[in-house]
Design a protein around this ligand. Sequence first.
Ligand code: AMP
Ligand code: MG
Length: 267
Amino acid sequence: MKPYQIKPDSKVDLSKHDPGDRREFEGSKEESLLELKKLTERLGELQELLYAENKQRVLVVLQAMDTGGKDGTIRRVFVDANPKGVRVASFKVPTPEELAHDYLWRVHKVVPGNGELVIFNRSHYEDVLVVRVHNLVPKQVWSKRYEQINQFERLLAENGTTILKFFLHIDLDEQKERLQARLDDPAKHWKFRLGDLDERKLWPDYIKAYEDAFEKTSTKYAPWYVIPANRKWYRDLVISRILVETLEALNMEYPKSEENLDGVVID
Ligand code: AMP
Ligand code: MG
């Protein structure tokens, strides 16, 4: 799954990353769903092992444009995970209390502890994305944040956290269809904000801000992946594979009993 990983210090031009790409799966959509089931079940086993071992921590960062599919990814990729060891942290417009602190304060409070897998639905990257696009703080403030974020993520990584960062990459046409679908379905109106249409006009500014973030913050210890996300099934398949491969490489083990269980008989 390396094709989608952004190499540290490389230039990123998102127009060269096709949101409709599907080169890692030859089969049909139907076949992909069988493959996805195997992967989500394996992910469930690995997450159980992470929880049982209680030594390591996993952080999954999800970023995307509006309608990019963060919620659907969480629902479908983690369908076989055990809620006991998995937590979702969503980052909204900061509260007055959050704004009274540095921008990483609210983030550091919710990072995973031992045995936990935490999914960030948006993240500290909003502080170099929406904040930058809307000039919510001066450039001299946000431009320092890339290095601060790298230092923060390095701290987490050096203390036992495996970090994966996914950008769900859709194009303008796909967003139009998904916004229209939200508008057409009263059950989806709660997800539709008129403000999303203003954000849509700022698409090129967001792309630029994302490209900069990938160039400056894709590191060995916290890599970015740009995931083709126009096809939901392909997006789910690719992310599940990356997660399974990454968790398998952690070489986790079930803890041994602290007692000697040899010859124990249950009457
Ligand atoms: P949603 O994810 O659709 O519920 O929307 C959450 C909103 O909060 C989005 O419009 C984000 O851009 C916004 N948001 C998240 N973090 C920040 C931040 N640090 N500063 C300003 N807005 C933010
Ligand atoms: Mg929204």
